[in-house]
Ligand binder design. Structure first.
Ligand SMILES: NC(=O)c1ccc[n+]([C@@H]2O[C@H](COP(=O)([O-])OP(=O)(O)OC[C@H]3O[C@@H](n4cnc5c(N)ncnc54)[C@H](OP(=O)(O)O)[C@@H]3O)[C@@H](O)[C@H]2O)c1
Length: 322
């Protein structure tokens, strides 16, 4: 038995219960990980609340980092004591120890601490595929990235600046605006005070942007479409404010737009895909991408972490210490 968080019903943060959990039996291709730090992600809220329903009872959490303490007989490429991280797979990373398929593990470079890795793996891999696969950004582009002071947002902001891209970011308050500026955001729009689509059209002399990265969802979706230039792409990759409304395809016609709802699951479905987005991420870190971990919680206090994330009180990345 190990300690961890389990939910027996969907609901608010209070449904998360700290208690004993039995470890899954280890298969020949699995490893057993003693976890040190767990990453906090918005998807954990969707899983807990039931907006992405799960079969109950269930663990939650999609990311953690730790040390291999046991190996299945067929496991190659990893050894006892290796520091590893993982993202996605079955929800259930809010635990002290975990059995996990070796196929999905990421070996951590020595210069990246457990805490840094847990703060950035899921979010950084997301940025990696969004800016290199969903839409391949170009130096001359000006792009709109919503919630730029969030976990995904601050990583995206820095990485886009490394690539020479001009970044327009949205935030909900002055403190977040100042942080975004510190991280290199070129144009910051407080979308509580100003209509962001008007702001984007002003900044781009009426042309609009070739891509909008929208993890906010319901509150921004329709106006995000207005920000696009001809042939632009809306990457609707999250729903922090709720699920976006259904979109009649005719809305895309006047500017010949593209709409996609990308997810990290397919982008991490096998080792080759994972490595394809992990190696640019590690390279971006080598090039100076910093991981702003501003919120630290004990794993057993995950309810408090969920409250803060849902209430927009967090800035940058957050971790849960085991
Ligand atoms: N599809 C994928 O592969 C993938 C992978 C990872 C994350 N995501 C998505 O990326 C987004 C960001 O994830 P994250 O973990 O880094 O979270 P985060 O950005 O740190 O937190 C969410 C932010 O969204 C903004 N927001 C706007 N309206 C909100 C509302 N009604 N309630 C709560 N927040 C609201 C807030 O920033 P302001 O206060 O500045 O508005 C808030 O800080 C989420 O939608 C998440 O689901 C998608």
């Amino acid at each position: 038995m190990v300690k961890g968080i389990i939910i027996n019903e969907h609901g608010g943060p209070e449904v998360m219960r700290w208690g004993n959990i039995s470890l899954e039996e280890m298969g020949p291709n699995d490893v057993h990980i003693e976890q040190s730090v767990v990453g906090l992600n918005f998807i954990d809220i969707y899983h807990r609340s039931g907006s992405y329903p799960l079969a109950l009872p269930t663990g939650i959490g999609m990311e953690a980092v730790g040390k291999i303490i046991d190996l299945g007989q067929n496991v190659q490429n990893f050894k006892l004591g290796d520091r590893v991280g993982y993202v996605m797979g079955q929800p259930g990373s809010y635990v002290e120890q975990r059995t996990f398929p070796s196929e999905r593990l990421i070996k951590l470079p020595e210069n990246i601490s457990d805490e840094t890795a847990a703060g950035m793996l899921l979010k950084g891999l997301t940025v990696s595929y969004l800016i290199n696969r969903t839409y391949q950004v170009k130096t001359e582009d000006t792009v709109l990235f919503h919630a730029i002071a969030g976990g995904v947002g601050l990583l995206a902001c820095q990485w886009l600046k490394q690539m020479g891209v001009t970044v327009i970011g949205t935030v909900s308050n002055q403190e977040k605006a100042e942080i975004a500026k510190k991280f290199g955001c070129d144009h910051i729009i407080n979308y509580k005070e100003q209509d962001f689509s008007t702001g984007v059209l002003e900044i781009t002399d009426g042309k609009g942007v070739p891509v909008v990265y929208d993890g906010v969802g319901k509150d921004t979706f329709e106006r995000s479409l207005k920000c696009l230039s001809d042939f632009g792409i809306l990457a609707s990759f999250g729903a922090a404010s709720g699920t976006p409304p259904p979109c009649p395809i005719s809305l895309l016609a006047p500017k010949s737009l593209y709409l996609t709802r990308p997810g990290l699951g397919p982008h991490t479905a096998n080792r080759k895909l994972i490595e394809g987005i992990a190696s640019p991420l590690f390279q971006a870190i080598e090039n100076g991408l910093s991981i702003p971990i501003n919120q630290h919680y004990q794993l057993k206090d995950a309810a408090k972490a969920h409250e803060d994330l849902a209430a927009r009180r967090t800035i940058g990345c957050s971790v849960l210490k085991v």
